[in-house]
Design a protein around this ligand. Structure first.
Ligand SMILES: NCCCN[C@H]1CC[C@H](NCCCN)CC1
Length: 289
């Protein structure tokens, strides 16, 4: 009992708090402190180095959007790579796409996978899909070893630039993602908040514009338990068949059996298009062709 406050130098002067019912797990992996607690109103919560990664109540807004914004923007995605995403939520969402034949995931911290399987079975369910191959290791090294043009889509479901994910926000990593994608392939990365990190976003956009010769767009979703209540995504495509991120060509089939058993809670085609609409201060800073 008591409160968890997410205090961090990444969002100085503010902190989102959640009422704690019970602490369920505390551990230290090779890379970070890992904690799980039962909150009063958001279900179970996963925290890494004091930063909220997900809650059972609102994780759908992040996992569904980071996955379906890229995958619904291209026809027939077959081979997908997830960097990070050790909780399994993105895998759960990728698995909804029947065209997908192979899903590779590279997560650096095995403890995140194990803790998610133990405390968040409805999120870690993604690991059960037979198309999934789990690699425990550094995504930067993994991508360097990937043959050119291997993937139709890459999803970078990372934590924040301070900590193990730092290199996933730097130019060499984006270049290795571009190499691993086929022509007209797409990448979607966790791209912070326009309220908190506009300078980081400007740098990411500048780097992506140099590296990805197709489309480069910033989209966002609302996640009540992330600082500023929102989080953004960088959607980029490589040179080749053009990709219009704002108009999904590969709609999620709302009617198939998978949807019937576990319908989407957040994503739909209207919110897909709306996600790319930005407030004026962000349009000026980010711009979009
Ligand atoms: N697969 C789930 C979550 C991992 N993504 C990140 C977790 C940390 C969060 N900090 C928000 C910082 C303010 N933008 C960003 C998303």
């Amino acid at each position: 009992p008591g409160w968890f406050s997410e205090i961090s130098p990444m969002w100085p002067g503010e902190a989102h708090s959640l009422k704690v019912e019970k602490i369920l797990f505390q551990g230290k992996s090779e890379y970070q402190n890992v904690m799980v607690f039962q909150s009063s109103t958001y279900g179970k919560v996963l925290v890494l180095d004091g930063v909220i990664q997900l809650t059972e109540r609102d994780e759908c807004a992040y996992q569904e959007m980071i996955t379906h914004l890229p995958l619904c923007s291209i026809l027939n995605p077959k081979k997908v790579l997830v960097i990070g995403g050790g909780d399994g939520g993105v895998l759960r969402e990728v698995s909804r796409h029947s065209s997908v034949e192979k899903i590779d995931i590279c997560e650096i911290d095995k403890m995140v996978v194990d803790v998610s399987k133990q405390f968040f079975p409805d999120i870690a369910v993604g690991f059960e899909d037979p198309r999934v191959t789990l690699h425990i290791g550094d995504g930067v090294a993994f991508l360097k070893a990937v043959p050119e043009g291997t993937y139709d889509a890459v999803i970078v479901d990372s934590s924040d630039p301070i900590g193990p994910a730092q290199e996933l926000f730097e130019k060499p990593f984006f270049a290795s993602v571009a190499k691993a994608l086929r022509p007209g392939g797409v990448v979607c990365t966790q791209a912070e908040s326009i309220w908190l990190h506009m300078h980081i976003i400007e740098d990411i956009v500048a780097n992506c514009r140099q590296i990805f010769k197709g489309s480069v767009n910033y989209a966002w979703t609302t996640v009540p338990t992330y600082p500023s209540g929102m989080i953004g995504f960088m959607l980029c495509s490589t040179e080749g068949p053009s990709v219009d991120f704002k108009h999904p060509v590969n709609p999620i089939d709302e009617n198939d059996s998978e949807q019937a058993t576990r319908p989407l809670k957040f994503y739909n085609s209207e919110i897909h298009t709306a996600a790319f609409c930005l407030p004026s201060f962000a349009k000026r800073a980010i711009g979009s062709k």
